[in-house]
Structure formats: C-alpha cells, structure tokens
Ligand binder design. Sequence first.
Ligand code: DGT
Ligand code: CA
Ligand code: CA
Ligand code: ZN
Length: 581
Amino acid sequence: MEKNKEIARIFERMADMLEFLGDNPYRINTYRRASEVLSELGEDVEELLRRGKLRQIHGIGESTLEKIKEYLSKGSISAYEDLRKKVPEDLLELLDVPGLGVKTLRLAYDRLKVRNKEDFIKAVRSGKLAFLPGMGEKKVQNILRGLELWEKSKERMSLLQAYELGQSLLKHFEALRELYEGIQLAGSLRRRRETVGDIDLLISAERGSWAKLHLHFVEYPGVKEVVLHGETKSSIVTQEGRQVDLRTVEPEHWGAALQYFTGSKEHNVRIRDIAKAMGLKISEYGVFRADTGERVGGKEEEEVYNLVGMEWIPPELRENTGEIELAMAKKLPRLLELKDIRGDFHMHSNWSDGLHSLEEMVQACYELGYQYMVIGDHSQSSRVAKGLDPSRYREQFKLIERLRAYYEPRGFYILKGCEVDILPDGSLDLPEDLLEEFDFVVASIHSKFNQDNTYRVLKAIESPFVNLIGHPTGKAYGTREGYPLDMEKVLRTAKETGTALELNIHRADLSPENIRRCMEAGVTIAIVTDAHSVKHLSYMELGVGLARRGWAVPELVLNAKDVEGVREFVRKKRELMLGKV
Ligand code: DGT
Ligand code: CA
Ligand code: CA
Ligand code: ZN
C-alpha cells in the first residue's frame, strides 16, 4: 500500500500548490478529496486499477484516474512536476504546522519576499509578520505555538504513526516468510508509549538467512536513506524522516533479545540488578550463571522473567513503576485484551464528516466480529464536520431500524448514538427529547481549547443522557496541547453519575497516566476508534495497548460488556439522575 500513500501525498501537495497559486476551488477540492480517499483505501491502488475497479470509487474522477495511471506507469506525474516549478515547495511544507494556512504563507511570500521555511520562521520570530494586514499579535502567538508543536512532533512520532509504519514493515516481510522464525516490533512501540523515537524491528532466523533479510529491509519501498546496512544490524530512514532499526538474532537467543530490545531501559536495569543478586547474568543472548557462565535459558521471553522469580510482565507495563514488585509477588492484574472487546462506541459516517456510508461502517463492524456498535455522527453546531440537526438524526434512525432488521437476527446490534457538542456554556447541542431517544450519547468539546474547560465537562457529565465524554482533555499530539482540566473533579463526578470517559485512539486522549487514575478511582473507560473511515476501525488493537499501558482491567472497560451490559449502564444513569426511566 506504499503506492497509495505516495500518490495521496502528491495529490495533497498539488492541492496545496494550486491553492497557493489561487486556482479554482473546485479543482483544489478534487485533489484533496482524491488524496483522502486514497489514504483511507483498504486496498492496493495498483490492484484496484488492474481489476478495473478504481474508477468506480467515489472521489476518483477522470482526471485523477489519469494521473494515478501516469504515476503507476512512469513513477511521476507531469502536472505535479510543472507545479513544482511554479511554487516554493519548501515553504509549503509548513502547511503541516497546526494553525498555519496557505493564506498566511502567500501573504508572507508576497509582502515579505519569504521564499523558504527558514525565512518564514525568521519573519514570525522577528515580529515582522505581525504587522501584515489581517495578522496581529494573537495570530502570531498561535503560529509560534504551532511551530513549537510541529518541531517536537518531528523528533518523535505519535504512537499511531509508529503503529502504521510498524504494520507496513511487518507486511513488507511477509514476502520472505519462509526465511525466519519470528518477527516482532520491539522498543517503545511494543510498550505502546505515547510517542516513539525510532522503531525497533527484531527477527529471529538462522544465520544463513540474515544477509537476505537485511537486503530486503533496505529495499523497503518507503526508504529515503540507508543509514547502516549490516549483517546483524541495519538502519533506514523513511520518506517521512522516521528511523527504523532491524536486528537479526538466532532463534536460540530470541526471548532474551526481545526482552532486551523491548525495554524500557529503566525496567531492564532493574531486572538485571535483581538477576545479579541471584547469581545470574542477563544479556541480549540469554540468562547465564554468573559463576560458571553456563547458559540457563533465553529462548522464550517468559523464561527470562521466570528465571528471576517473576511472572511474565506485559510490555505495556515495563517502565519500572511498580510492575516488577507485583510480578515478584505474582500479583499482576489481568489486563484488558483484544479478545475482550465486544464493540466500538464512537465513529462517523458520511452523514457527517466520515468517508464511508452508514451501511459500510455497519458492515465493517459486523465483520470485525463485534456484538454491537454505536454510530456517533456530529451534531449541528459542528459546521465544518457537517453536523446533523434533529430532523437528520431522526432520518438516520429510520435507516438504522431498517439495517437492524437484517443484522439483529445475526446477533449484531446497531445502537443509535451521536457525538453531541458541549457548547461554550456547557449545555448540549441537541434538545433533551432527542437525546432521550438515543441508545448511547457521546458528548465532546470542539471549541474554545485555550481555556479551562472543567465546568463544561462537569455540566455534560451531569446530563442524564450523556454516557461518555469524548476525548476528555482535548489534546492531540502535534496539533494541540489540551485545555486545563481539573481531573480530580471530573473523575469524582464521572464515578458518582456512572459516566464513562473516552480513550480516543486517534488522539491518545486519555493518556495512559489518566487511564491509570480512572482505574484507581473506579471510573469506567470506553475505547473508541473515532473512525472516520472503515480503515480506522482496525485501530482497536492499538487502543487496547494504550489502555493496557494505563493498567486497564476488563471490569472497568465498557467495551468488555455485552450489549445488555451497555444498555444497563445507560439505564442505570438515567434512573439515578431522573429518579425513574
Ligand atoms: P524510543 O525509541 O526513544 O521511543 O525508546 P526505546 O525504548 O524504543 O529506546 P531505543 O530505541 O533507544 O532502544 C530500544 C530498547 O533497547 C530500549 O527500550 C532498551 C534497550 N536499550 C537500549 N539502550 C540500552 C542501554 O543502554 N541499556 C539497557 N539496559 N537497555 C538498552
Ligand atoms: Ca525505539
Ligand atoms: Ca532503536
Ligand atoms: Zn470529536
């Protein structure tokens, strides 16, 4: 699927360039849409073209189809190459900076003769930009904050980016499946840390295969630079500037190597100290007796832990924050697992800002093997997200009822839901009589991110009809820092009212630290993909990892309940808050 990504990136750039040149908005939109469609496509674009299916995809028209064909046959698109001669491409890279748009860049280009990134950043920092028409201090402050977030996100990728890159690498190695015994993503990605510096890929194979594996690695289609090409270790940098390290180990050493390269460093240091005190020595090659040097284990990761008197520790907990003591006492909690997940609570269809139809989202959830799903399109005040007004929701109810007739006999339940905006005064964007008709309500803040929003969240929690607070702290890695929030109060009120807090996979909000606080306070969380396309639904595995990193147990995760349990959760809150139903 590397080709999908490459072409999507080119179309996105073309749209930016056309916008910079002041081209026709319709044309600009065509490229943006095609880019979005391609990056969300679940299938390989080349494959679709071969089967003659590409033209049928909504969002791919005659002219974009021609350009896709051109790219697939020649490796470039002439219209794109022409545009590159007309615009300062380097400057346009700044469009990734949150809060920075084409208009501002164009203004700086025309009035300050800014031609590249460095020039622009200088113009902002020196204060020159602030004097241009329509700019001012406040806007410049926003851009400065955006630049800071952007620079930080270049150093470390978000967990979601790392996960996608990791999946793509695993896929790349499927072609050589017969050459190795085991393959695993290790390091901070395996631990599901919120941000990942580089990706550590580990393969166990007989020595005779190593050269071929390393060669295949440096030929990964997304490579920009090969930093190191060896027989045991290689490193590449991808087009997006992300580093991946590959290490090959002998099958005998697999467990010890995996344990070592998963980290964290703090965890490993502790484990090694404990081993030492027992007369053992742990290295990436195995566990050894310190006196004789005899190897006593290390083929399986579990052995390493067992030999030092511990239960195996889930990677998500390996930070030396209490997991080692519990593992020694054999008292680690039974963490949530992917197989516990029965449904998803927050997703969008093309009724609001999703890419796919409601029918497609339903079918996809059904195919994931879930027992239920909640559709949660945006409410009216989210204009950019094409939010629904009450009459549209009621129309959607009719469609849901028709779909139920097909799915319910198959044991699959579609719950009527919404993602209702929490307005600036804390009230909800939909009338109570409608809220009451939903089976499940998610309420979220989508405005005024720069103020303390505790009062808004609390007010929403106190509504009898709100079951889940969407992305509670408002942060989004690389884009937004999140508003100040009195978590203590939020947790207490959520617990008292029987309201769940969302773990939104896209935004990694709640953070693992906050999940852990929920678990300690006895507050239920719900893991949601917030899917805007069918593809996003598959990120649930990552959400489970994030939850595990916050020590989540199935008893306090709404997705682990069956559909009756979910209905009971909703009913109980209404009873509590209204006195009856
Ligand atoms: P990252 O890449 O910054 O997100 O974090 P990690 O944890 O993936 O760190 P990385 O890639 O430098 O190394 C991968 C693992 O290798 C790390 O988690 C533990 C192990 N490791 C690396 N350097 C050391 C070290 O100096 N001592 C010990 N005990 N382990 C190390
Ligand atoms: Ca790493
Ligand atoms: Ca590394
Ligand atoms: Zn939202």
